[in-house]
Design a protein. Sequence first.
Length: 104
Amino acid sequence: MCKTHWNQYTTALRKAALERTAAEGGTPEGQAAPKPPATAAKPGTRGRAPKPASPKVRKAKATVAASESLGGKADTEAIGSDEVQAAHAASAGVASDATQVPEA
């Protein structure tokens, strides 16, 4: 039997077995339930790990987290500091120079 016909034959056997088990009300012992159809993945994303954050961004996120853990007036003062503002900009990916504060 050629490959094409073999694939058609085994597909028909599998479908018949699935219909039989569905009619009986469950999955046979020792067999797993059929898997749902796979969704299409975006091209070029399969198997790739996310790019790790740079040390600058990791430090900025740590600074922001530390300032957010403060409470009350200390939190308000920390958020207004140039260091925390620069950390917010760095963690958001915004190019900013925190040393230059615009005048009102």
